[in-house]
Write a protein that binds this ligand. Structure first.
Ligand SMILES: C[S@@+](CC[C@H](N)C(=O)[O-])C[C@H]1O[C@@H](n2cnc3c(N)ncnc32)[C@H](O)[C@@H]1O
Length: 248
């Protein structure tokens, strides 16, 4: 099995499990909502927003695309997992915004079939953190290729201050510092069983998004409730995440 086939299988298994438990994500990621809202408000009237075309890399069940489509924005998505894409299409159609769907494509974020300069905005949430080094470089380059000039990228990714990384950093991969192989066994829904996870440092974004007119990574941290931290085997569990705002 190649790495890509492996990843596809892993994510499809994760979605099968999530669907069976009715536990897949249906909530738009707040950090994306806020950041994109500011960008939209600054530049477009509500009417003008309907002419925009956004894309999400690793759209999953589509909660972020649904939030955009509800504004009348045209939305496309890419995901490596076929079952996630089916779910995404169904969720958008059920919500009555099927007519706002551009294309939902089974592909890796590292190489998509869209033409250069297609999108006004590209979103990413908790996807680029699971790519290896070469894939990360390729995925960020793909973001740069696909955005129009002045288009916005908003991504949401793990930070090196995260409790999981702080606990396990002695195990980071020798050839890819900042990355851990998380395979504790059990549920595929949890971070600790999803395979490769990369915990970004601020400087990495300026290198990965070279050529953008603005790159502004913003750190958000919060502690999980003690009970949940305990369940995960921690006294305190800090979620430390980057919201990366970048304009081409
Ligand atoms: C943690 S989920 C997040 C889903 C969605 N962004 C959200 O906020 O609900 C990660 C998603 O990325 C997809 N994915 C993983 N690797 C990918 C890749 N190389 N290219 C495209 N999608 C990928 C998975 O199938 C899954 O749908």
């Amino acid at each position: 099995m190649t790495l890509a086939t492996n990843q596809k299988q892993l994510w499809e298994d994760s979605f099968d499990e999530a669907i069976a438990r009715q536990a897949y994500n249906t909530a738009p990621v707040e950090a994306l909502v806020r950041t994109v809202s500011y960008w939209l408000r600054d530049r477009y009237t509500l009417e003008q927003q309907k002419d925009l075309h956004f894309m999400e890399m690793g759209c999953g069940a589509g909660p972020n695309l649904l939030w955009l489509a509800n504004k009348g924005i045209r939305v496309s998505g890419v995901d490596i997992a076929d079952n996630a894409l089916q779910l995404c299409r169904r969720n958008l159609e059920r919500a009555g915004v099927g007519d706002r769907i551009g294309e939902l494509v089974a592909a890796s974020a590292t190489q998509t079939p869209f033409e250069s300069g297609t999108f006004d905005g590209i979103l990413e949430a908790c996807v680029f953190q699971h790519l290896d080094k070469a894939e990360r470089v390729a995925a960020f380059a793909e973001v740069g290729r696909l955005l129009k000039k002045g288009g916005v990228f908003v991504g949401y990714m793990l930070d090196a201050g995260h409790s999981t990384f702080q606990r396990k950093q002695a195990e980071q991969l020798a050839d890819d510092p900042g990355s851990l192989m998380l395979t504790d066994g059990g549920s595929k829904i949890h971070l600790t069983n999803i395979g490769l996870a990369h915990f970004y440092r601020r400087e990495e974004y300026f290198e990965l998004l070279k050529g953008f007119s603005m790159v502004d990574p913003c750190l958000t941290t919060y502690y999980l409730p003690k009970e949940e931290a305990k369940r995960r085997g921690y006294d305190e569990y800090l979620q430390s995440m980057w919201t990366v705002y970048a304009v081409k």
